[in-house]
Ligand binder design. Structure first.
Ligand SMILES: [Mg+2]
Length: 217
C-alpha cells in the first residue's frame, strides 16, 4: 500500500460495548445533576430519558439537564470504570492487523480524555497503539459537530478521502464523517467490527489495478 490512510474509531459501542461501567458513569452523573437541582435522582433519570430521545448524544443530554460539560468531564475523569470492561470480539487482533498494514489508527470520541484512556486500558487496548486520540476535552463542539473529525485528520496529516470513520451511530459518527468526504462504516451488535472487517479493509487499502498489462509476444 503506497497511500497513507487512517481509520478513526468511535469508542463506546464501537470498540467497547456498553456494560457495568456505562451504568456506573451514568449513575454518578445523574446523582450530580440531582444535587444541582435539589431533587431525587429518580426525577432526573425520568427527565434524562425524555430528553435523550430528542438529542444526539448522552453528553448533550447531560448538558440539557443543567450540567456543565466540564463538570460531566470532571465526574467521569475521576471515576474508576471497575470490572467487566471488554473490547468487542477480536478488536485487539483487528487493530494489530491494520497497524501491520501501516494504516493509522485514531479514536474520535465524545468521552473525556482520562475516562477514554481508562476504558481502553480496562478493555486491554493500549492507548499508545492509537496514533491520534481526539476526546471531548480537545474540542469546543463534540460529535456530531465535524470538529473532532477535522482534528483527527489534521493531527495525522491525512486528507478526508484517505480516512474512514467506524461508529455505531449514523447521526453522530457517520453523517459528519461523510460530510467531510471520509468513508464511513456502521457497526452494531449484529454487524460487529469483526463481521465488517473485510469491508473495512476494502475501504482503506488502495484499490488493485483493474487491468493486468498484457505481455508482449
Ligand atoms: Mg458510540
Amino acid at each position: 500500500m503506497n497511500q497513507k490512510s487512517l481509520v478513526c474509531f468511535d469508542l463506546e459501542d464501537t470498540l467497547i460495548p456498553s456494560g457495568p461501567h456505562t451504568r456506573r458513569a451514568h449513575s454518578a452523573i445523574i446523582a450530580a445533576a440531582a444535587a444541582v437541582h435539589g431533587v431525587q435522582p429518580e426525577a432526573i433519570e425520568r427527565r434524562f430519558h425524555v430528553a435523550r430521545a430528542k438529542l444526539p448524544s448522552a453528553l448533550a443530554t447531560y448538558s440539557n439537564l443543567g450540567l456543565d460539560p466540564g463538570e460531566v468531564r470532571g465526574i467521569l475523569d475521576r471515576l474508576d470504570p471497575g470490572p467487566g470492561v471488554d473490547a468487542v470480539p477480536h478488536a485487539g487482533l483487528i487493530l494489530q492487523c491494520l497497524q501491520e498494514l501501516n494504516v493509522g489508527l485514531a479514536i474520535v470520541t465524545n468521552a473525556p480524555c482520562q475516562w477514554a484512556r481508562r476504558l481502553l486500558y480496562a478493555a486491554k487496548l493500549d492507548p499508545a497503539s492509537f496514533n491520534v486520540i481526539v476526546s471531548s476535552c480537545d474540542v469546543s463542539s463534540p460529535k456530531p459537530s465535524p470538529e473532532s473529525f477535522e482534528l483527527a485528520l489534521q493531527r495525522f496529516d491525512v486528507g478526508a478521502n484517505q480516512a474512514v470513520m467506524v461508529g455505531d451511530r449514523d447521526d453522530v459518527d457517520l453523517v459528519p464523517a461523510r460530510s467531510l468526504g471520509m468513508g464511513a462504516l456502521l457497526v452494531s451488535e449484529q454487524a460487529s467490527l469483526a463481521v465488517r472487517f473485510v469491508e473495512l479493509l476494502s475501504m482503506v487499502l488502495a484499490p488493485l489495478p483493474t487491468e493486468v498489462p498484457r505481455s508482449v509476444p
